[in-house]
Design a protein around this ligand. Structure first.
Ligand code: FAD
Length: 412
């Protein structure tokens, strides 16, 4: 099989991939965007609610509308799109990529790759909830696809486990479609999703949010007949004597997304982000491999995903031209109150923005980068919302002299 030669290959046609391909092509790179679905947009296609694009387009768009805007930018850029084509393997020796599409297998030899394959949902099996395995248990994204794309209702009476944004949005969606949503349960003492979604998806519709609650058991043989709901202590352990049997035929799980990095098993992953470690050019430890979007870490807003995609695509194009020299990256170290952190190292020559999440809500917080180089004050920092910290050139000059850079968030 003769390989196809391209400058930049982008894997995945969601927001990150579309933005990356457009940026690479605008930089003059011969760019291919390979998407396993027969249309572009990724998860945006099933997100028919508004709330997208406030930063990028200064308008409140639905997911498909946001995807349509990006598609316009992609078409104008001259990047080539290969739909219905799945990347099966990336051979690091080449780099050589094997993909399979309607015409059979193809081999692609790119100079640089942007991996933008999104994230997958944490499944029921990972939760180890006792009980049989009846029908009626869905991850929130799957339920969203069934309702919004295929027009099927998953059940009549539901409980949602996990108050991440997808869970909150699906609670409202199911309610609007006539499903009785008994409650949304959250293990932690605070909601997992954006505050605006708690208000607009639950409070506005009278759907209860039970903090410090979880599902201890599922019941039913062929179809779910109920779940045992239980209160938990500070460590997330069930409190004996607080069990209640709730009759439902549907359990919706919104218990986390995991960056999709299975196709690139040779890159080291960050244990907290669970995506590849990257520097501030979104370059992994493999010089020709860049990563963007939810494949890197789970981002809160699509606007940031698109911005990261653009930066990764432009850097991949520069690498393909032989212009992106590799400087010794400066490792970023998590200090107190820092959970997700992107990037995980700084390229001393590149402008950088840090994206981080805190593990618990803080009314007032000080983000410190250094030690002692940059301090930013923030109000109302929550785990659901990523904090963005732009590092100005003068701070970068100072940080470039350090052996490692610590990032911490100090309350008060
Ligand atoms: C329910 C929900 C509600 C949201 N609400 C909001 C909101 O209100 N506002 C907001 O700003 N953001 C919101 N977001 C977040 C935002 O939609 C996502 O962060 C963003 O769309 C992710 O884009 P992505 O390109 O990283 O991933 P994806 O959209 O998942 O795209 C990845 C693409 O890669 C393709 N792919 C994967 N593997 C391969 C392979 N091997 N070969 C070829 N193709 C492959 C997939 O088919 C997919 O199309 C929401 C997300 C969800 C799930």
């Amino acid at each position: 099989m003769n390989p196809c030669w391209v400058d930049v290959l982008v894997v995945g046609g969601g927001a990150a991939g579309m933005a990356a391909a457009a940026a690479a092509a605008r930089e003059g790179a011969r760019t291919w965007l390979v998407e396993r679905d027969d249309r572009l947009g990724g998860v945006l296609d099933q997100c028919i609610h508004p709330g997208f694009g406030l930063h990028r387009y200064r308008e409140e768009l639905t997911g498909p509308e946001f995807a349509h805007r990006l598609l316009g930018e992609l078409e104008a850029s001259g990047a080539e799109v290969v739909p219905a084509c799945t990347v099966l393997d990336v051979d690091p020796a080449g780099p050589t990529v094997t993909a399979v599409g309607p015409g059979g297998a193809v081999r692609i030899r790119p100079r640089a790759i942007v991996w933008a394959a999104g994230a997958r949902e944490r499944p029921f099996g990972a939760l180890q909830i006792p009980g049989s395995r009846p029908a009626g248990i869905y991850t929130a994204g799957l339920a969203q696809r069934l309702v919004n794309v295929h027009g099927f209702l998953p059940g009549r009476r539901a409980i949602v486990l996990g108050s991440g944004d997808i869970g909150l949005i699906m609670a409202r969606r199911l309610h609007l479609e006539g499903v009785e949503v008994v409650a949304v349960l959250e293990l932690r003492p605070f909601p997992g999703g954006l505050l605006r979604n708690v208000v607009q998806c639950l409070e506005d519709f009278g759907i209860p949010l039970l903090l410090r609650h979880t599902v201890a058991r599922v019941h039913g043989r062929d179809r779910l007949s109920g779940v045992t709901v239980v209160e938990v202590d500070d460590m997330g352990r069930p409190i004996p004597g607080t069990e209640t049997l709730v009759e439902v035929d549907t359990l919706i799980l919104s218990v986390g997304l995991i960056p999709e990095a299975e196709g690139i098993p040779f890159v080291p992953l960050d244990p907290v982000n669970r995506g590849p470690r990257v520097d501030s050019r979104f370059r992994t430890e493999v010089p020709w491999l860049f990563v963007a979007g939810n494949a890197l870490a789970v981002f809160d807003l699509v606007d940031v995903v698109a911005q990261v995609g653009e930066a990764a695509g432009a850097c991949a194009a520069r690498h393909a031209r032989g212009e992106l020299l590799r400087r010794r990256p400066i490792p970023l170290v998590r200090g107190e109150n820092v959970l997700h952190l992107v990037p995980t190292a700084l390229d001393p020559e590149a402008p950088a923005t840090l994206y981080l999440r805190v593990p618990r809500p803080l009314a007032v917080a000080r983000v410190e980068v250094g030690p002692g180089v940059l301090v930013r004050n923030h109000r109302g920092v929550r785990p659901a919302e990523m904090v963005a910290v732009k590092l100005p050139p003068e701070a970068m000059r100072e940080l470039a002299r350090l052996p490692e850079v610590e990032v911490r968030v100090v309350p008060g």
